[in-house]
Design a protein around this ligand. Structure first.
Ligand SMILES: NC(=O)c1ccc[n+]([C@@H]2O[C@H](COP(=O)([O-])OP(=O)(O)OC[C@H]3O[C@@H](n4cnc5c(N)ncnc54)[C@H](O)[C@@H]3O)[C@@H](O)[C@H]2O)c1
Length: 271
């Protein structure tokens, strides 16, 4: 018996990193997974390695190795019609229900407010904020139709609760996600659908650990380093650390929690 037996979970950005780990962990607990990933360069302003179709295939293999079922396709969170079609087909395939949504697909990039260009700003907002709204727009009607309540988790960041220098589009998008989530929480409470944001600090993924621009910033702009210091000096979080919190927020153990900003940040927000 798993904690999510018979439940259906939609996760964006499942090819690797946190999204992949959530897919594996929910499958281990009996959930059926609807997933998607771009598997291509999301923006020319992203410098860390790009996820690809092999990564997505590995996620599918690892979910199936857990005995899980997954319907995962290549697509872009910026494409509302794609997300609507995918979720509709996934819900039909998995018995007409959708219980948990994890808006996770995102990008990160660097540069001072006046030095970034318009495309960098637009790409980041389009994926990290408007893409999340499209995920909710594609999902919520199915949750309402099923009438089982549910839990929606939007992956924000420490940068969604405190401004981070050299990350203005990222920080603005991740703050925006909080407003989106809390509005949805107020609208969905009467339907027993809870909506929360989570706020990780550094997580050991290609975004968190393999971005050459981040290393440049830390080496060449030491005046900004205090903003990137957590209370707990324990290195980066693992993807399992984040899955633990996501699964708590998806479960009935958190049934009283909605509209919260759930920090998984080693105390970084307080520094
Ligand atoms: N890694 C960190 O340190 C960290 C810290 C705080 C918050 N976050 C947030 O966590 C989430 C997951 O990031 P991660 O660390 O797993 O990074 P990651 O780069 O390993 O994974 C992100 C996934 O999203 C996919 N993606 C990007 N743009 C997409 C698009 N337009 N459409 C569909 N898929 C797209 C990528 O292909 C990739 O597979 C992101 O929202 C990120 O902002 C990460």
């Amino acid at each position: 018996m798993g904690d999510f037996d018979g439940k259906v979970v939609y996760i964006t950005g499942v090819a690797r990193g946190q999204g992949r780990k959530h897919a594996i962990r929910f499958a281990r607990e009996g959930a059926k997974i609807i997933g998607m990933d771009l598997c291509d360069v999301p923006s020319e302003h992203v410098r860390y390695p790009t996820a690809n179709r092999d990564d997505l295939a590995t996620t599918i293999e690892r979910v199936e190795a857990e005995g899980g079922e997954i319907m995962a396709e290549v697509g872009d969170v910026r494409d509302l019609a794609f997300q609507q079609d995918l979720v509709k087909r996934g819900v039909e395939r998995f018995g007409g229900r959708l219980d948990v949504v994890i808006a996770n697909a995102g990008i990160c990039n660097w540069g001072k407010v006046w030095e970034i260009d318009e495309e960098q700003w637009n790409d980041t907002i389009d994926i990290n904020l408007t893409g999340y709204w499209k995920t909710l727009k594609a999902s919520i009607p199915h949750m309402l139709q099923a009438g089982n309540g549910g839990s929606i988790i939007l992956v924000s960041s420490v940068a969604g609760l405190k401004a981070m220098p050299v990350q203005s589009p990222y920080s603005a998008s991740k703050h925006g996600v909080v407003g989106l989530a809390q509005t949805a929480a107020k609208e969905l409470g009467e339907h027993k659908i809870r909506v929360n944001t989570i706020h990780p600090y550094g997580v050991l993924t290609p975004m968190g650990g393999e971005d050459p621009d981040a290393h440049d910033v830390f080496e060449n702009m030491p005046q900004f380093l205090p903003h990137f210091t957590p209370i707990l000096g324990m290195g980066m979080a693992t993807t399992d650390d984040i899955s633990d919190s996501v699964m708590f927020l998806a479960s009935d153990a958190s049934r009283t929690i909605t509209a919260s900003t759930f920090t998984v940040d080693m105390g970084a927000i307080k520094v």
